[in-house]
Design a binder for this molecule. Sequence first.
Ligand code: FE2
Length: 427
Amino acid sequence: MPRSSASRRIRLSESEGSVPDSGGGAAPATEAVPDPRHFWREAFRTVRGETERRVAPLSAEDQVVQSMPDASPAKWHRAHVTWFFEEFLLRRFAPGYKPFDDRFAYLFNSYYVSAGPRHARPQRGMITRPGAAEVTAYRAHIDGAVMALIESTNDLAALAPIVEIGLHHEQQHQELLLTDILHAFSLNATHPAYDPRWRWPNGAKAGTAASVPVAGIHRIGHDGDGFCFDNERPAHEVLLAPVRLSRTLVSNGEWLEFMADGGYATPTLWLSDGFAAVEAQGWSAPGYWRQIDGEWFSMTLGGLRRVDPAAPVCHVSYYEADAFARWAGKHLPSEAEWEVAARAGALADAFGIVWQWTRSAYSPYPGYSVCEGALGEYNGKFMVNQMVLRGSSLATPAGHSRASYRNFFYPTARWQFSGLRLAQFDD
Ligand SMILES: [Fe+2]
């Protein structure tokens, strides 16, 4: 379980520093709030409200669909993050707590084996009942119980770490809620827009800045006092060979050059498993791209939009990122190289546009140990066969980014807001 304590760690501010890092970045907007009960009530209200704000454009029908086994229905996300508070906070700490519906533990437990049996992940779209309105009532029930518990407890210090991880957990699902509905909408030939006013965030212009040298012994991981997940600890030293990281993200224009040069049809550019995925999945362009009358379009949160050559490439898998880097005569940075460069403020668009694939396998840091109990299942049991992404994306909620954050997905995954930047060893 992530280490934490009853301190002010959920940032309520909408502002994001260029290098978010609770160990050394901007102070939380609520740093001066003296009453911890008030702080946690406000943090809880803010994060829970953001989930509902993201769901507001979706109809009840939108909320039920599960477009692939990896994606979950919006309604399920809303209920699952609520179950998390019920299971790990209320059932264990609220005297006399009465569950909203005992059957929900089965429906909305995700992967916590220690917490009991659960509904099969690929069949979450079959849960037509409870309906969206009943999930709203479930959320309200839990909201009231958590608020009352924060107000009445005699031991806030014991509860606050559970509230805290529950809020960070909900923020993770807020991002998944958008990536999952985008995947569902991408399968609808009418190209529904989640938000017709949606636009790509502004970023640095590709290729306008020099690459950044990194070398020597550096400390990575979370060393500070703020919240982090357990997989960011322990902080430790790493030795980096001289390497240069690109300041900017790889753009759609560069990706079009890769495509025009036969990148997807050149086996020598690809890892064996990667080229097998190209052949099996029929990949010839990034996820959600489609060619109409000779022009490339991409499905976005704003519906179908023309591909902007200047915008960062998005919805590429690790295998594609790796092949592109090989085509460019470079490679992907390791997660340590990325973190050192990010902490130095040397990366443009490190946060808030696309997650960036690294060449690092998701594995435990030296000295990592899984904590006891069901929450020990949060991260540690996934530390095999996946690759680390760093930074954050346009869908990451405010206050959820930091330099030591380790996101991870299977190397074939393309439905997240995933892109890349390149690195090159010095001669
Ligand atoms: Fe979850």
